[in-house]
Design a protein around this ligand. Structure first.
Ligand SMILES: *Cc1c(COP(=O)(O)O)cnc(C)c1O
Length: 485
């Protein structure tokens, strides 16, 4: 099984990035509960032929859809030994908990957080954003809210994030009981970052109306275009007005490892909490989200529970408190920290930082290729490792969506789509360490080929269709680079 996976990674370029799942393959996974044993080798065969070829393909260098990390063989081996050990890292006095604490200390240093800061592995940034919001809730309402609910003071709370923030921020407001109406989506500036002037105005109006603003979710690397909010300005506002500053750094926070990107994250060291993913830019296999909280004591008071069967002791297995389960809703939890530890130790922070810089350089290379290609146009500024563009021959959202789908089905490359200022764009997020200039060239060549075909098929016309969902944000000025290749 190991050999097969080494072969898979070694020869991944010879495979299609993705391919549609044949009906009979899908149907093979609709069988009754097996009553009798099957040889391991037979089960493995089924995996090799029916699962492996039809995965998302994010390990492939041509995969540029959404924001997916590529993983490494080192991470795979770490998963194997973690699986063999089968540690439950919810708590107790064991070295796996110390491995997680080592990562917490490293992240504390990386982000300039104080010694009292806490951190915990979670599934992903969606969960990490929710945890940041819940700790902020404790800071403003006190621990009483855990027992009594949000109460009348809770009715006045308001949170703020940019119109380009990830949907998991709004979801966190939903899940914590405040409701998504309590999230003010602040308009974007021309770089698609939160408009700081608009935020100030909104805050002033909300305070004057008797609301209690309490939470700003800054975005460090927006999911659509990789835009980084002005973290220093947001930290100033948060301090002056007594607000919690949370940073959604799922996409961008690990840019701290890259000397050329870290300065653009200045201000992140003043955040109250940071959420990010080792499984994206960190190349750690899924899943490996993380939340770092400046005030570890407050973090513990938000989640720690009293249960007789979770009693802590000064000695024996029940020692070593506080436990990871005191910092989030998970009790039983796997050894996610091990694959992050193996990855960081094996490659070292410098090499990881160089890999991160490399993905941004590739994005700039793609930007230049688009600017030099008359049939293509940029749809948004290129801030980090994400490039949004359109085919000019495809005059509508529908046709650009069709191009993206045909590229995915071609097996050559797999960009995804998003909406920029209400118009669909093809979006290439360069997150995978395996991606090279050749893959960028292949994306451009395939887009031109597919685009010409799609244009012909639709007679070079097309209608703006309602098939593309309305953007969640208000329109704002076009970015300066759009339409000037
Ligand atoms: C990916 C992403 C998330 C969600 O993270 P998951 O790990 O998928 O839960 C949140 N915010 C941003 C900016 C993202 O890119």
């Amino acid at each position: 099984m190991l050999d097969d996976l080494f072969d898979y990674l070694e020869h991944i370029r010879e495979r299609p990035v993705w391919q549609p799942i044949p009906h009979e393959v899908r149907a093979a996974f609709d069988e009754p509960l097996p009553q009798r044993a099957t040889e391991l080798a037979v089960v493995h065969e089924a995996f090799m032929h029916k699962v492996l070829p039809y995965a998302v393909g994010n390990a492939h260098p041509g995969f540029m859809g959404w924001v997916h990390g590529g993983g490494t063989a080192v991470g795979m081996l770490a998963e194997m030994v973690a699986g063999g050990l089968n540690a439950n890292v919810g708590g107790r006095d064991q070295m796996p908990v110390e491995v997680e604490r080592q990562i917490v200390r490293w992240m504390r240093d990386l982000f300039g957080f104080p010694e009292g800061a806490s951190g915990v592995f979670v599934t992903g940034t969606s969960m990490a954003n929710l945890i940041g919001l819940l700790v902020a809730r404790t800071s403003v309402l006190g621990e009483g809210a855990r027992k009594e609910g949000l109460g009348s003071e809770g009715q006045r709370l308001l949170a703020y994030a940019s119109a380009g923030s990830h949907a998991s921020i709004a979801q966190a407001l939903d899940l914590c009981g405040l409701g998504t109406d309590r999230l003010r989506l602040v308009p974007l500036n021309e770089r698609l970052e939160m408009d700081i002037g608009a935020l100030r105005q909104r805050l002033a109006a909300d305070w004057a109306a008797g609301y209690r603003p309490f939470f700003i979710a800054a975005t460090a690397g927006s999911v659509d275009v990789g835009a980084i909010d002005d973290l220093g300005a947001l930290a100033d506002i948060a301090r002056a007005q007594g607000l919690w500053l949370h940073v959604d750094g799922a996409c961008g926070a690990l840019g701290m490892l890259a000397p050329d990107i870290a300065p653009r994250l200045t201000g992140i060291e003043r955040a109250d909490s940071i959420a990010f993913d080792f499984h994206k830019w960190g190349q750690v296999p899924y899943d490996a989200g993380f939340v770092l909280v400046r005030d570890g004591e407050l973090h513990g008071r938000t989640f720690a529970a009293q249960a007789a069967y979770l009693r802590r002791d000064a000695r024996g297995l029940a020692g070593g408190s506080p436990w990871p389960c005191d910092f989030g809703p998970d009790l039983s939890r796997g050894f996610r920290a091990l694959k992050a530890w193996f990855t960081i130790k094996t490659y070292g922070a410098q090499q990881l930082g160089a890999m991160i810089s490399g993905t941004c350089e590739l994005a700039q290379y793609l930007k230049r290729r688009i600017e030099a290609t008359p049939q293509l146009e940029l749809a948004a500024p290129v801030s980090l490792n994400i490039v949004c563009f359109r085919h000019r021959g495809a005059h509508s959202d529908v046709l650009n969506a069709e191009i993206a789908a045909e590229l995915q089905e071609s097996g050559i490359c797999a960009p995804s789509t998003t909406a920029i200022h209400g118009r669909l764009a093809i979006r290439a997020a360069i997150v995978n360490h395996r991606t090279t200039m050749d893959d960028i060239d292949a994306l451009v060549a395939a887009t031109l080929k597919v685009g010409a075909g799609v244009g012909r098929k639709h007679g070079g016309r097309g209608n703006i269709s309602a098939a593309v969902p309305e953007p969640a944000w208000r329109p704002c000025p076009e970015p300066p680079s759009r339409g000037k290749p």
